[in-house]
Design a protein around this ligand. Structure first.
Ligand code: TRP
Ligand code: ZN
Length: 474
């Protein structure tokens, strides 16, 4: 039976599909394997259609970088190890700015072109579906920040003593070439060399340091799969502390002393207690270590904390504390909801922010006796909560807007009311366990709820998750 040629089309952006068809003459539709075609230049994410690339699945990033804080120049090599998911004539990587000097595939020089944030790589020979390959990219330059549709910035921030890299949603392409979409998670080995005396902190665990010729290289390893938007690097003068939570999770925390205001210091002192409390609520902590990165940045440069994998980042820009207890509770909650269970696409963002906001409410009840009903009532009363349904941010600029956070948390509040505390606790833990170290969508969540409870929750989701109107009451 002939395989329909358009079977994969809906995942492709229109332009990419046209390119794929051009590269594949009509004879493709006959029997046998089709001619190899170009990997799509985007994954067709409804909100970020150009993010990520089609035709391959990354297993590992090996980044060997060198940074000069004096000039802001970053240089090095990225080895992207992947498996082809189709026969490929060429494939794309996402990279914003930076100059590419050489690209090879499995050691053989490949031709490349660049257009916007797409780096197109043409290997000497086609890559067969199912084959493993390494793309090695040598690159250098002063990274430029990525500006989001909502006006916020991410990418490689230059600081007065080093740098700080943040990636949500599409900032990782500002400092390394890759498949910059949450659906393609991979392990990382990151080695950054800096002038001796500076510290480099990142995700994962410190696998070693090496000093030679006035420079020190720090090797950080993340064995658990990580979405590109969760990768971070901090370079600077930090006070480093290592300890363990009472439950035994190793901690590595790097704090720029200039960002260590009293609120921040007090909040970080509670990190072990918060992580163990969340473990009690959500199930085993998903990573081999935890901690935090607190960095000093120019006023207003970042404006948000980020749940970078296993070591969240808190920028201190002198405008209020770098982190308070509530923000710490929020970013640590993301270690389960976002980092381990990662959204399939950007419109599934409420699975991150709704859960992390809900965790704040649970913590306030636990720590200060604030009833869940009061937190929910406050969110319910705020008009900003109701501008769109949490499962359907209308535009890319809306992925970090209030409904994603507050209305997302109200979905969980309603489930909590409907199911009761015991079943609801099982649901949270089960959700974290079933999709641990993977990806999940809103449809996966509603299906999981139905399966676990055996109840028809369609009306609840229709009202709270998908509905546009504000319900009459909580
Ligand atoms: N995820 C961050 C938090 O939990 C907020 C954030 C930063 C964000 N950048 C974003 C959310 C981009 C969505 C998109 O605090
Ligand atoms: Zn968040």
């Amino acid at each position: 039976m002939p395989r329909p040629r358009t079977a994969r089309a809906p995942r492709f952006a229109a332009g990419c599909l046209a390119a794929a068809l051009l590269a594949c003459p009509t004879s493709c539709s006959g029997g046998g394997s089709p001619e190899p075609t170009a990997g799509a230049t985007g994954l067709g994410d409804r909100l970020f259609p150009g993010a990520g690339n089609g035709g391959y699945d990354v297993a590992h990033y090996g980044l060997e970088l060198s940074y000069d804080p004096g000039t802001g120049r970053l240089s090095g090599t990225a080895v992207v190890s992947a498996t082809a998911t189709q026969d490929l004539t060429r494939l794309n990587l996402d990279l914003a700015g930076l100059a590419v000097s050489r690209v090879s595939v499995d050691g053989r020089t490949a031709r490349t072109t660049r257009s916007g944030t797409e780096l197109t790589v043409r290997p000497a020979g086609a890559l067969r579906r199912g084959s493993h390959f390494d793309v090695t990219v040598a690159y250098a330059g002063v990274p430029r920040l990525v500006t989001d549709p909502d006006g916020s910035h991410e990418g490689w921030f230059r600081t007065d003593d080093g740098a700080l890299a943040l990636g949500e949603p599409v900032g990782s392409m500002g400092w390394f070439p890759g498949n910059d979409h949450p659906s393609d998670k991979a392990a990382f080995d990151l080695t950054v060399s800096v002038p001796t005396g500076l510290t480099v902190v990142s995700n994962g665990e410190l696998a070693g340091t090496r000093t030679a010729g006035g420079r020190t290289a720090f090797h950080w390893r993340s064995t658990a799969p990580m979405a590109t938007y969760l990768a971070t690097v901090g370079i600077g003068h930090y006070t480093v502390s290592r300890s363990r939570t009472p439950g035994g999770v190793p901690l590595y925390t790097a704090v720029d002393p200039r960002a260590a205001d009293a609120t921040t210091t007090a909040a970080l002192a509670r990190l072990p207690e918060i992580l163990d409390w969340e473990t009690g609520r959500f199930g085993p902590y998903p990573f081999a270590s935890s901690g935090a990165i607190v960095d000093h940045l120019p006023r207003g440069a970042v404006g948000y904390a980020l749940e970078t994998q296993n070591r969240p980042v808190f920028p201190g820009d002198g405008d209020g504390p770098a982190v308070d207890v509530t923000t710490l509770v929020h970013e640590l909650s993301h270690q389960w909801f976002g980092d381990s269970v990662t959204p399939r696409s950007w419109q599934d963002m409420w699975l991150n922010e709704g859960f992390a906001t809900w965790t704040e409410w649970m913590w306030q009840e636990h720590d200060a006796g604030v009833p869940l009903s009061r937190s929910a009532a406050e969110a319910f009363a705020d008009p900003a909560t109701w501008s769109f349904p949490p499962a359907a941010p209308p535009e890319a600029a809306d992925v970090s807007a209030q409904p994603v956070y507050a209305r997302g948390a109200l979905v969980l509040y309603e489930l909590h009311q409907a199911l009761g505390g015991t079943t609801f606790d099982r649901l949270l833990r089960g959700w974290a366990a079933v999709h641990s170290h993977g990806n999940a969508s809103t449809a996966d969540f509603t299906a999981y709820c139905a399966r676990l409870t055996g109840r028809d929750l369609t009306p609840l989701f229709a009202t709270w998750l998908f509905g546009t109107a504000k319900p009459a009451r909580l």
